[in-house]
Ligand binder design. Structure first.
Ligand code: AMP
Length: 398
């Protein structure tokens, strides 16, 4: 059997997502999730050939999850086709401007970024070390969410706070969702027959976490997320931009501690906090359709914040070759797309209602009329991008 597939791993603090992808044919032969790691209810579930299965892991950590994954790969006779392993890594700080082979030096670099993503990078490191033990002969590659945004100019990544905080602590805007932006913008450019290296593409990645990015000449020029994924757009449970003095207001006036305020802004705000209904856009849309004015107001705030950011990015880029919607909301919600494009009518956007309404998960294409600037939907595929980067880096070694 030829080594034609990449094992893609996304390791969280209590979960481990995996898939086996052929980076050339895009075929995914296996995907799954080990979850509740660290508790007594650990389990691993997977899908192969359209069939879902699972088994308990009991009290287990990342090592046990990787061992269970090795067993599974053996059972499915996939072990021999794994060429290398690609890891999603959230934060690469300023050190990583592209995907990297995982060497001792790279491991140290990922470790040095732990203070920038304290929930994510330590979990990635656990996964990488466990993989090293169980797949000793295979190369590993780290693909960073932040790397794509390292092309942002200083005027876009600096906060207007004392400069020494940047110099000494790396306190700046980094941005996230970079792997998705790379995939989606390149695919949009190919679909439209543009020259990627001289294109101007806006992407709205709207999932439970949401951000937008201005991609000029194939490079990130500006993005909405900052030091952490809290900054920017209204999200499922995150507030996005707020007045930083909200912290002292909530502390002094309402008595919340620093931890409680962080929790409110990250986990109890956004669509959930504002609507007082749900963090899922579908549920809020259904409520709005039934006449719930507060649900409608929540959607309007979401779209308004997004439209204002996109308009600012358009001004920065000087033109828009395409505005691309992606992520769970971007790919599925014709209502949100229509509402956002209406707010951007100053740029001449005119939605094709029939095509927009027919475009949902799994479908990519232009949703605007012939005499409008182009807005389109492109399904994201971060796993495939990780598989491709891993394959490219490993191939370049031989
Ligand atoms: P993601 O994080 O990219 O998987 O996106 C998940 C989110 O997509 C969910 O929380 C929903 O808010 C949203 N979503 C999925 N399907 C729809 C839909 N048909 N209409 C509106 N929002 C949707």
């Amino acid at each position: 059997m030829s080594k034609n597939s990449i094992l893609v791993i996304n390791c969280g603090s209590s979960s481990l997502k995996f898939s086996v992808i052929n980076p050339e044919t895009f075929d995914e032969s296996l995907n799954g999730l080990a979850e509740r790691l660290g508790s007594a209810q650990g389990s691993i579930s997977w899908k192969v050939g359209g069939q879902k299965q699972s088994r308990p892991l009991g009290k287990s950590g990342h090592d046990d999850a990787i061992k269970a994954l090795v067993d599974l790969l053996r059972e499915q006779q996939l072990m021999a086709c794994i060429e290398a392993i690609g890891h999603r890594v959230v934060h690469g700080g300023e050190k990583f401007t592209a995907s990297s082979l995982i060497t001792e030096e790279a491991l140290k670099g990922i470790e040095d970024c732990c203070h920038l993503a304290p929930l994510h990078n330590p979990a990635h490191l656990k996964g990488i070390r466990a993989v090293k033990r169980f797949f000793p002969g295979l190369a590993q590659v780290a693909v960073f969410d932040t790397a794509f945004h390292q092309t942002m100019p200083a005027e876009n990544y600096l906060y207007a706070i004392p400069y020494h905080l940047y110099r000494e602590h790396g306190l700046r805007r980094y941005g996230m969702h970079g792997t998705s932006y790379r995939f989606v913008s390149k695919k949009a450019s190919d679909m439209l027959g543009l020259d990627y290296s001289s294109s101007a593409i806006l992407v709205a990645h709207l999932g439970n976490g949401a951000s937008a990015c201005a991609i000029k000449d194939g490079k990130s020029l500006d993005t909405t997320m900052g030091l952490t994924p809290l900054e920017g757009l209204v999200m499922g449970t995150r507030s996005g931009d707020i007045d930083p003095n909200v912290f002292s207001f909530l502390n002094k006036r309402c008595g919340y501690s620093l931890e409680e305020i962080t929790d409110i802004l990250n986990k109890k705000s956004g669509l959930l906090g504002l609507s007082e209904i749900n963090n899922d856009c579908r549920v809020i849309e259904d409520a709005a359709k039934e006449g719930n004015a507060h649900a409608q107001l929540t959607l309007d705030v979401f779209c308004n914040v997004l439209a204002k950011k996109l308009a600012g990015f358009a001004a920065e880029m000087g033109r828009i070759d395409a505005l691309v919607f992606t992520g769970g909301i971007g790919e599925n919600s014709s209502l949100i797309r229509k509402n956002v494009l209406k707010r951007l009518s100053i740029f001449g956007f005119k939605v094709d209602e029939v095509i927009n309404n027919a475009t949902c998960r799994g479908k990519s294409g232009v949703i605007t009329q012939a005499d409008s600037p182009i807005a389109m939907v492109v399904g994201t595929n971060e796993e495939l991008m990780i598989a491709r980067d891993t394959h490219d880096l490993v191939s370049s070694l031989s």
